[in-house]
Design a protein around this ligand. Structure first.
Ligand code: 6PG
Length: 483
């Protein structure tokens, strides 16, 4: 009974998290892996960690102090269920099983319910920061019961990243809330990455700068309001030269983006909730388009702009153009985060979680992939107004969007004119214009729906639900509300 926390699953993320835990005062870490070799390797390579190795679930349970607390770090999906089943067999009521993988939040809700029936606590926990974060301090998004947070809180606080003097962990909400928030984090991550990629592409094609020169642009941006981990690593990636060919590495990497599914979940969930996360969706679809190899192959020769604007296009004033792109990126980024927080708000309402949006923005300031200077502005916005319905309406963002607006419009217009895809830039702008519109053509859609399906409409000037007798005398009747 010597360990206060255990880790199951010792691939890179699991071993790094275990090492992080072991390095903090007061923790003794039990480790278990399905194949013995990984456990032996970790324990041998890191004697300083003082791991307590276990080679069966019984041994693992026996090595843990009560309430037993175990973090599962296996590939999300069936493996998680299998480990949970094994742990439930050897754990007792009051013990805590934590899933630190990228689980789909509805799976977490299901698992929490099932495990709770045994009296054992189940916590779905989002962990962000990649391998490095797991080792040195991730951003941690735990869900689960208040009871488990009592034990888990201090342990997680000991390993989380620290930003502005505060640990990047908070009890997000019950059952699946932590994984839900982690899912949206990843959706925002997709948007951030796509926006950066579009900025790079436009700069490269518009100014002819080399990847290494564009790396300097990003490094410069990283000293201003765009300062973030993703901008920082973008400069590093662009600077990388391929050892074999001596070309920029970015020019020899196949241009088909992978995705493990969390972006798609964010969009699917938003669709079910009716939340317009259009920028995040475009970013996710942009990855799909890039990997749509056969379709891209047969489409390659399709005609572009009539005057061949694309191939002849170079901007007159590269520096001014780059600044416009920076502003377009910043504005679009504000939209992506605003959409993400909108989804969290809607998820909280739907699943009955009390999620403190300000606390979420604070734990994303350090450790995670989307960590950025910018999160401080979001935290301030929620500090001023906890229930802010639309993040981008906070005064700071309104000012930033105002400042960026002309450039943003010009960049989107230019990309359309010369035929360079900028889906996330343009959809973010369309979202902004849609939100701020006095009136939308949705009225026409309601008319169409009523025409072909008697779906009814509401009027601006009186209460009630109406239907026009389109195939009759076209008079209007009061109708049952069928949406
Ligand atoms: C994180 C990341 C991480 C995930 C990558 C890969 O927050 O540390 O989100 O959880 O592994 O983002 O995701 P894709 O393979 O879908 O790009």
């Amino acid at each position: 009974n010597s360990a206060n926390i255990g880790v199951v699953g010792l691939a890179v993320m699991g071993s790094n998290l275990a090492r992080n835990l072991a390095s903090r005062e007061g923790n003794t870490v039990a480790v278990y892996n399905r194949s013995r070799a990984k456990t032996d390797e970790l324990v041998t390579e890191h004697p300083e960690a003082g791991f307590v190795p276990a080679f069966s679930y019984e041994e693992f349970a026996a090595s843990l102090q009560k309430p037993r607390t175990a973090v599962i770090m296996v590939k999300a999906g069936r493996a998680t269920d299998a480990v949970i089943e094994s742990l439930v067999e050897v754990f007792e009521p009051g013990d805590i099983i934590v899933d630190g993988g990228n689980a789909l939040f509805t799976d977490t809700i299901r698992r929490e319910k099932a495990v709770r029936e045994t009296g054992i606590n189940f916590v779905g926990m989002g962990v962000s920061g990649g391998e490095e974060g797991a080792l040195r301090g991730p951003s941690i998004m735990p869900g689960g019961s208040d009871e488990s947070w009592v034990t888990l809180g201090p342990i997680l606080t000991s390993i989380a990243a620290v930003a502005e003097g505060e640990p990047c962990v908070t009890h997000v909400g019950h059952n699946g809330a932590g994984h839900f928030v982690k899912m949206v984090h990843n959706g925002i991550e997709y948007a951030d990455m796509q926006l950066i990629a579009e900025a790079y592409d436009l700069i490269r094609r518009g100014t002819g700068k080399t990847p290494a020169q564009i790396a300097d642009v990003f490094a410069e941006w990283n000293r201003g309001e765009l300062e973030s981990y993703l901008i920082e690593i973008t400069a590093e990636v662009l600077r990388q030269v391929d050892a074999d060919t001596q070309k920029p590495l970015v020019d020899v990497i196949l241009d088909q983006a992978g995705a493990k599914g969390t972006g798609a979940w964010t969009v699917q969930t938003a669709l079910s909730l009716g939340v317009p996360v259009s920028g995040i969706a475009e970013a996710t679809f942009a990855r799909s388009l890039s990997s749509h190899a056969e379709q891209r192959e047969v489409s390659r020769g399709l005609p572009g702009p009539a005057d061949d604007a694309q191939s002849n296009w170079t901007v007159e004033d590269p520096e001014a153009f780059i600044e416009k792109i920076r502003l377009a990126l910043y504005a679009s980024k504000i939209v992506a985060y605003s959409q993400g927080f909108d989804e969290i708000r809607a998820g909280a309402a739907e699943y009955d979680w009390k999620i403190d949006l300000g606390a979420v923005s604070k734990i994303w300031r350090g450790g995670c992939i989307i960590r950025a200077q910018f999160l401080n502005r979001i935290a301030e916005a929620y500090d001023t107004e906890t229930e802010l319905p639309v993040l981008l309406t906070a005064p700071y963002f309104v000012e930033a969007l105002q400042r960026a607006q002309a450039a943003w419009r010009e960049v989107v217009a230019t990309s359309a004119r010369v035929g360079i895809p900028a889906p996330a830039f343009s959809s973010s702008l369309a979202y902004y214009d849609g939100l701020r519109a006095d009136r939308l053509p949705a009225a026409l859609i309601q008319g169409q729906r009523d025409f072909f399906g008697a779906h009814t409409y509401k009027r601006i000037d009186k209460d009630g639900t109406f239907h026009t007798l389109w195939s009759g005398d076209r008079s209007e009747i009061e109708a049952e509300d069928t949406h």
